[in-house]
Design a protein around this ligand. Structure first.
Ligand code: AMP
Length: 191
């Protein structure tokens, strides 16, 4: 089984690349951001709760996203593997993911980070805000909060996976197809 964590700051290109990797390696794509946006659009209780955080660019509480991932893993017993996109985002989430994997007799194969400099991230998110309806891409303050949350709470996860010898990084700046090729090279070395 190939279980990948695709890691990177907001705007690093995780969603785009995860969709392409999912297609090529026949994995199940689990994006907590996408799942939360669906809940927000549906107006569910979970969505209403999540929106109070996403509107500010803050992280949704660990137990909420851990619960989402737990149920998605349970719903896909036949999966050839998973690609986690936007999860884990805190050390507590990374630890919970390892436990969930262990309980299912599987493990994370690797965490691959897309590296993009902060100023490029801000530019990309502002551009995305102009072309997409994503609420959290519309305001520079919300964009900055998300990048701050990434630097404070998410970046330390690199050390967590590095200690397990699972951390890899690729340059996330360039053509989408170029970056995809780098990621595929990385994944193929894992198999
Ligand atoms: P994303 O589409 O991954 O950028 O996520 C959009 C927003 O959803 C984030 O800014 C957070 O508010 C929330 N979110 C998504 N995934 C997580 C997570 N793993 N932990 C906490 N909050 C999350």
């Amino acid at each position: 089984m190939l279980n990948l964590v695709l890691f990177g700051a907001p705007g690093a290109g995780k969603g785009t690349q995860a969709a392409m990797l999912t297609d090529k390696y026949k994995l199940i794509h689990l994006s907590t951001g996408d799942i939360l946006r669906k809940e927000i659009n549906a107006g569910s209780d979970l969505g209403k709760l999540a929106q109070t955080y996403t509107d500010k660019g803050a992280l949704v509480p660990d137990e909420v996203v851990i619960g989402i991932i737990q149920s998605q893993i349970a719903q896909n017993p036949e999966a050839k593997g998973f690609i986690f996109d936007g999860f884990p985002r805190t050390i507590a989430q990374a630890e919970a993911l390892d436990k969930m994997m262990e309980n299912n007799g599987i493990q994370i194969t690797s965490m691959i980070a897309l590296e993009v400099a902060t100023e490029e991230l801000v530019k990309r998110l502002q551009l995305r805000g102009e072309s997409s309806g994503r609420a959290d891409d519309q305001s520079i303050d919300v964009i900055r909060n998300r990048i701050d949350a990434y630097n404070e709470k998410t970046k330390p996860i690199i050390d967590y996976y590095d200690a397990q010898k699972k951390y890899r990084a690729v340059n996330g700046i360039g053509e989408i197809s170029e970056i995809f090729n780098l990621l595929c090279k990385c994944v193929d070395e894992l198999k």
